[in-house]
Design a binder for this molecule. Sequence first.
Ligand code: ATR
Length: 284
Amino acid sequence: IAGPIKLALFGSPVAHSLSPQIHQAFADQFDISIDYRKLEAGPETFGRRLQTFVDGGGRGCNVTVPLKSEAWELASRASRAAQRARAANTLLLDAENDWFADNTDGTGLIRDLGRRLEKPLAGQRVLLLGAGGAARGVIGALLEQGPAELTVTNRTFHRAERLLHDFRALGPLSVCAADELRTLKDISLVINATSIGHRGQAPVLPAGIFVTDADCYDLNYGPAADPLARHCRQTGLNFHHGLGMLVEQAAESFRLWFGELPDTDAVISMLEPDTRPELVDDDE
Ligand code: ATR
């Protein structure tokens, strides 16, 4: 008799990941039996751990920090999104026992932005904070939506220039040095793809660069999103944390594995209180 389908999340750290709960909720929607584990691995151990997983019957996995580029490199085939990002967050073992890589982060972000924003991304002036793996994973999908301009800024300028070089063919991309941010104007959406919130800090955002009623989307959720959420409350930006994106990218992974796209609204509502039980409106 076939047992549950074996899936996993590889990365470090993975202990606090919500992915097992999310995928279990999706599987329940279709009466599919899964066994989704969190497997701690770094760049040196990933290849070996992945092989052990396959030897034990593993069929597909999610991959998170710091393994997304490794996951893309070890795959035999990759979706356009994964090729574009040169990074993967989803792997599927194909009929030939080779890995197919996908990157569902961009689609996940666009879906959740569609839910949170009052207006479409097309024509907006967007500021993207960060130039690491998280920024790389979403920039192609953002440009596909047809913003008037997408400006990338990063503490380390040459990494932003690298993104410009890699993605400028896809749309109106520009870079801005961190100390020149106040020269920007009419930004209606800022997206935080930095990891600075994990250190309890918020990125620096000059107030004058935004249109009235601008939105701020943080790819982080939970405590890592609190510093920016607080900053937005003080400065009047509409803040959105990244839990919805997490659930949406998971839904796309699930679709790759099972050919079914789960209902995400129900799962987001289920998890929302879990992620921030103690978050109260402390308008200090
Ligand atoms: P990820 O895969 O999460 O993107 P990463 O590749 O290490 O991880 O990138 C982290 C991002 O957060 C980078 O853009 C990083 O800026 P640098 O390229 O200058 O390192 C940004 N970041 C992290 N800590 C930061 C801080 N204290 N201030 C500003 N930016 C920070």
